[in-house]
Design a binder for this molecule. Structure first.
Ligand code: DX5
Ligand code: ZN
Length: 219
C-alpha cells in the first residue's frame, strides 16, 4: 500500500538502557527512527531526574538523526543555550513552566533551532493560540509528564483535532507524547498528529524495527 502521509516516530530514550545510550541510539537509527526524543527532567517540574546537556552532547556523534529535546524543567530559559550547544535540533518547553514561554521561543530561534511548546493533559489548547505564528511544534502530552509506561489519555485526541484546526496551513508540527502503542498511534495519526513519541512500546519490544513500523501504520 502506498503511504500518503509520513508520520515521524520519535523514540523516547527515557525507556532506553542508560548504561549504553550510544548503542541504543544507533540501534534506533537502524530500526527506522526519524528523531531521537530526549526527556530532560529537573526533579522539580516533574519529580524525576534524568539527563541534561552534557549527556546529550556526549551522544551527539552517535547518529545524524535530529535530536528532539523535551525540557520538563521549571526554568527552561536557563537551559536553552546549553541544550542548543549540546546538539539539539528541536527544543520544546512547557507552557506550565515558570519561564516566559515567548522569550524561550525567541531564544531557541535566535540559536537557530526549532522551537516547540508542550501542553500537559489539563492545559487547554486555547493557550497555544498566541504562539502558533511563532512556533515549529506543539507537543501534546497524553500522560502526565514525568515517567514512562503510563496509559494514554484519550482527551489528547480532541486536543490534536482542535490544534489541527487552529494551525490550518501553517507549518507547525503536532507531536504527541505518552502511552503511544500501535492502537493509540493509529488514533493519533487519524486525529492529525505528525510526530509520535514512544518509549515503552519500542523499548519493551523484541524488535525495535517492528515496533517502529507498527507505530507508523499504513496511512
Ligand atoms: C513522559 C515523557 C515521555 C515518555 C513516554 O514524561 O515525556 O516521552 O518517555 O513514554 P511511554 O511511551 O512509555 O509513555
Ligand atoms: Zn517526552
Amino acid at each position: 500500500m502506498k503511504k500518503t502521509k509520513t508520520t515521524l516516530i520519535a523514540p523516547s530514550l527515557l525507556s532506553a538502557d542508560f548504561s549504553k545510550l550510544g548503542q541504543e541510539i544507533k540501534a534506533l537509527e537502524k530500526a527506522g527512527a526519524d528523531l531521537i526524543h530526549w526527556d530532560v527532567m529537573d526533579g522539580h517540574f516533574v519529580p524525576n531526574l534524568t539527563f541534561g546537556p552534557p549527556v546529550i552532547a556526549a551522544n551527539r556523534n552517535q547518529t545524524k538523526l535530529p535530536f528532539d529535546v523535551h525540557l520538563m524543567v521549571d526554568r527552561p530559559d536557563k537551559l536553552i543555550d546549553k541544550t542548543a550547544e549540546s546538539g539539539a535540533d528541536m527544543i520544546t518547553v512547557h507552557m506550565e513552566s515558570s519561564s516566559r514561554v515567548a522569550d524561550c521561543v525567541s531564544r531557541i530561534h535566535a540559536l537557530g533551532k526549532k522551537a516547540g511548546i508542550s501542553l500537559k493533559p489539563h492545559t487547554s489548547v486555547s493557550e497555544i493560540i498566541p504562539f502558533i505564528p511563532e512556533i515549529d511544534l506543539v507537543l501534546v502530552m497524553s500522560v502526565e509528564p514525568g515517567k514512562g509506561g503510563q496509559t494514554f489519555q484519550a482527551q489528547a485526541l480532541e486536543k490534536i483535532v482542535a490544534l489541527k484546526e487552529l494551525i490550518g496551513r501553517k507549518k507547525v508540527q503536532i507531536s504527541v507524547d505518552g502511552g503511544i502503542n500501535p492502537e493509540t498511534a493509529e488514533a493519533c495519526r487519524f486525529a492529525g498528529a505528525n510526530i509520535l513519541v514512544a518509549g515503552t512500546s519500542i523499548f519493551k519490544a523484541k524488535s525495535y524495527a517492528k515496533a517502529i513500523e507498527a507505530l507508523k501504520g499504513s496511512k
